[in-house]
Write a protein that binds this ligand. Structure first.
Ligand SMILES: Cc1cc2nc3c(=O)[nH]c(=O)nc-3n(C[C@H](O)[C@H](O)[C@H](O)COP(=O)(O)O)c2cc1C
Length: 234
């Protein structure tokens, strides 16, 4: 079984193909999971909507608790870290993370940043020992391979070329997930949301085709893979 963790981070509810003001990243994420499930219906999926229900941002109590050794944590510290623990447990249980992450002001939305801050946890997802020879920080999510599929959307265009230097979404997410041990990152993104019309329509078609190709590629890479994904959505 492959366990999926599906995360949405758009502040917009609903998918753009079903709702007039819906989200493209929600649309891509649901498409990915539906195509995956068409072939592997029994694979479990955890779902997190950090756009509609963001985790509590890191505060002074969280920092105090997280940097207190687990064995000496007081009950209030355990309580403050309970949500972060749940998010880390969920992530650690996943083989495949599918995250729909829009660009807000050149970076990730606040809810997804709060998610990252809650899952990059000393002693849980990365190790730190200032006396360690060589590298004092090391990733802890290394017990098995995990893949992150990062599905983006932006209002402007050219974030892979023309204005790539202004794109702080993919680089920031790759860095944070790589730091904790998730280094296999695949991406697809919609552009031109602010332009609409044929530019946006063409970008959506391209991103959806990229999502389908990603699913097929990942399925084909599974041990013993033989089943071809069906020709699902047009
Ligand atoms: C608060 C906010 C900030 C945004 N900042 C940017 C930006 O910096 N660059 C950009 O190209 N588009 C920006 N956009 C446009 C979104 O990236 C675009 O609408 C995208 O499709 C949103 O993802 P969604 O469709 O999944 O909701 C912004 C949108 C919002 C609401």
């Amino acid at each position: 079984m492959i366990t999926l963790l599906h995360i949405d981070a758009s502040a917009r509810g609903g998918r753009s193909d079903l709702h007039a003001h819906g989200s493209h990243t929600r649309r891509l994420g649901e498409r990915f999971v539906a195509r995956w499930h068409a072939v592997r219906a029994a694979d479990p999926v955890f779902y997190r909507d950090v756009g509609q229900a963001p985790p509590a941002p890191v505060d002074s109590a969280w920092i105090h608790a997280a940097f207190t050794p687990e064995s000496t944590r007081l009950p209030w510290m355990q309580g403050r870290l309970a949500e972060s623990d749940r998010l880390v447990d969920e992530l650690a249980a996943a083989d495949l993370i599918v995250a729909g992450v829009p660009m807000y002001n050149f970076g990730v939305p606040a809810g997804f940043k709060a998610y990252i801050d809650n899952i990059v946890r000393v002693g849980r997802t990365f190790g730190f020992d200032r006396a360690r020879r060589g590298e004092p920080y090391w990733p802890l999510l290394t017990d098995r391979p995990r893949t992150l599929v990062l599905l983006g959307s932006r209002g402007d265009y050219g974030y892979g070329g023309r204005i790539a230097a202004m794109n702080h979404v993919e680089p920031a997410v790759r860095t944070a997930f790589g730091y904790i041990g998730i280094r296999d990152v695949r991406t697809a993104a919609v552009e031109y949301d602010e332009f609409g019309g044929e530019c946006l329509a063409a970008s959506l078609r391209k991103a959806e085709a990229a999502v389908d190709a990603l699913v097929d590629e990942l399925l084909a890479g599974l041990p013993g893979a033989r089943i071809k994904p069906p020709a699902l959505m047009a």
